[in-house]
Write a protein that binds this ligand. Structure first.
Ligand code: T3D
Length: 262
């Protein structure tokens, strides 16, 4: 897809690899544009039933490339607001609205917007060496790319605020204890664990999973009554899917289901 963002589709799983390993996969504008395009491709391709985002080398992503920020400022480039709206916000919104599961395979440090990207994914599997840093304050910025939204919801306001204003480096084990990540594995076992989970999700009823994601996204924002009503509305759609019929038939026929994603 691009030099800085690798895209590979295999057995129903789209693998998106941030690829600037010498800079810990810090984001440049071309990389963010490629990431947005890759997410769009994966969303539209019915063959894709699960996505995995990871980083090449020893880092997941060190967030915004700070040399690029300096260059942009020096050249009187986009304002911060314009920049976020044209790049990060589009990527994060796409991850939240794509109705397919998105796994972050956090292979190393995830800092600044790199941490936000990981938090925006549906599931996080981490290497023991992985860590999360809300680095923004270190460069005089506020958390962006969704961190103010995701972090307090995951760990509660007091800890989220503390992490944001101290830029404390949170190791994988502590992130697990706080409920920020799903699993922590030795680095040598991470790829196999991600492949096993992604492979399983790529065989699962994609429509039901996508609608579950939509419902939970909405429930995080609204009241219980709204959540109950919206669940009922989405169940109407899921209930009419081929995978629902297949799941019921397989259960009654005492055989494993073969889901098609329709
Ligand atoms: O523009 C907007 O729209 C605003 C958006 C902002 C979003 C943000 O993400 S703001 C936060 C930006 N990120 C940071 O402040 C993190 C900066 N990096 C670090 O603090 C450290 O690199 C880490 C703690 C993440 C890792 O430390 P360490 O010791 O493992 O690695 P290192 O030696 O610092 O980095 C390795 C290389 O990557 C090094 O390059 P070199 O010297 O070998 O050529 C380093 O300069 C480079 N690198 C790391 N992070 C960035 C980076 N280069 C550019 N930008 C970076 N963010």
């Amino acid at each position: 897809m691009s030099e800085t963002l690798l895209y590979q589709l295999q057995d129903g799983v789209a693998h998106l690899t941030l690829n600037r390993p010498d800079k810990l996969n810090a984001f440049t504008d071309p990389m963010l544009a490629a990431l947005e395009a890759a997410l769009k491709t994966a969303e539209r391709d019915p063959e894709v039933r699960c996505l995995v985002i990871t980083g090449a080398g020893r880092g997941f992503s060190a967030g915004q490339d700070l040399a690029a920020v300096q260059a942009r400022d020096g050249q009187g480039g986009m304002s911060f607001r314009e920049h976020l709206e044209h790049t990060y916000n589009r990527v994060i919104s796409r991850i939240r609205t794509i109705e397919k599961p998105v796994i972050a395979a956090v292979n190393g440090v995830a800092a600044g917007a790199g941490a936000s990207l990981a938090l925006a994914c549906d599931l996080r599997l981490c290497a023991e060496e992985a860590s999360f840093i809300q680095s923004f304050v270190g460069v005089g910025l506020v958390p962006d790319s969704g961190s103010t939204y995701f972090l307090p919801r995951m760990v509660g306001y007091p800890r989220a605020f503390e992490l944001a204003i101290t830029a404390e480096r949170l190791g994988a084990a502590d992130a697990l204890a706080l409920g920020m990540v799903n699993r922590v594995l030795p680095r040598a076992e991470l790829d196999a664990a991600v492949a096993e989970l992604a492979g399983r999700l790529a065989q699962a009823p994609t429509k039901a999973i996508g609608l579950t994601k939509r419902a939970m996204n909405r429930a995080m924002q609204g009241s219980l009554d709204e959540a109950l009503a919206y669940e009922a509305q989405l169940q109407e759609i899921a209930g009419r899917s081929a995978d629902h019929a297949e799941g019921v038939a397989a259960f009654l026929e005492k055989r494993p289901p073969s889901f098609s994603g329709r």
